[in-house]
Design a protein around this ligand. Structure first.
Ligand code: SF4
Length: 295
């Protein structure tokens, strides 16, 4: 059996940056807080807690504290309440997310109704919506578009959505809109991870997707792989059993942008252990990577 890792797996620029900012702010003497998880990896959130970086669920629970704004950003009203309650904010919003928020503000200031392709329950989308007072609509995919027309319309996407889906959405809107302004807000890290994952999935009979079940970009990797080959979505190596993998010849691994390297290493070693292979690695750099570019 061969095991290959998709290129560009694991932590993206925005997640690495958020963790670095949080770690630098933590001195282990005073607890600091994030409003909602800093990143969508329960294992990483537990690790951050060991460094005194705690999770708060509601802005009203935080007074006179240091609060890290997570990579997905926060809503305007949460930001205002945190400041009113005397908290010091340290902004770890990913620059790609901040840029998407700026585009929403711009469209709103120019009176454009806005369509966001994304998950309406995701914090990033909820935060984007909070900056817009014109008419807004969130659709998860092009099939959710209503049958109607617009005189003018702004279109953008959650940063972790899929490029082909955005192209299809725009294509379907074109006949029904007189003037459309599109901002491509899908981030580069997302596109690189999705393309590399698709390329690997095409040559594997099983893809194991490693990452939080609450992680939008990890779920998108699983959805893309499911259209190509067999999949297994796990958060940790403990969820893998011999009967799930023993009949497969080539297993591909991929990991969402918020998945720490050690979880990828654990999964690789667990597969080898379950299949009687004595190979084990200490670093993600030692796992064979699929370098194929095309997808
Ligand atoms: S997936 Fe993209 S937008 Fe999200 S944190 Fe990473 S780099 Fe930023």
């Amino acid at each position: 059996m061969e095991i290959l890792l998709a290129e560009h797996s694991g932590f993206c620029f925005g997640v690495k940056r958020a963790i670095k900012i949080a770690m630098e702010a933590s001195d282990n003497k005073q607890p600091i807080y994030t409003l909602g998880p800093l990143i969508h990896s329960p294992q990483m959130v537990n690790e951050l807690a060991e460094h005194g970086i705690r999770l708060a669920e509601k802005p009203e629970d935080l007074h006179n504290s240091t609060v890290i704004v997570r990579s997905h950003g926060i809503t305007l009203s949460d930001r205002e309440m945190l400041i009113k309650n005397g908290n010091t904010l340290i902004d770890a919003t990913c620059p790609f997310v901040s840029k998407a928020q700026d585009f929403v503000k711009k469209l709103c200031s120019e009176d454009y109704p806005v369509i966001i392709m994304g998950d309406k329950t995701h914090p990033e989308v909820i935060a984007m919506l909070s900056y817009c007072s014109t008419e807004t609509l969130v659709v998860n995919n092009p099939d959710e578009l209503p049958e109607r027309s617009w005189k003018k319309l702004g279109v953008l996407s959650q940063t972790t959505k899929n490029m082909s889906m955005l192209q299809e959405l725009v294509g379907r809107l074109v006949p029904n809109v007189e003037e459309m302004r599109l901002f491509n807000t899908i981030c580069t890290a997302t596109t690189l991870r999705q393309d590399a994952t698709i390329a690997l999935a095409k040559k594997c009979d099983l893809m194991i997707i490693i990452g939080g079940r609450n992680s939008s970009n990890t779920k998108m990797l699983a959805t893309l792989c499911a259209g190509i080959t067999g999949i297994l979505h796990v958060e940790t190596a403990d969820e893998i059993y011999a009967e799930q993998i023993s009949s497969h010849h080539r297993i591909g691994l991929t990991a969402g942008a918020s998945t720490p390297d050690y979880l990828i290493v654990d999964v690789y070693n667990k597969i080898n252990e379950l299949t009687g292979n004595r190979t084990s690695v200490k670093s993600v750099k030692d796992i064979p990577v699929n370098k194929e570019e095309s997808c």
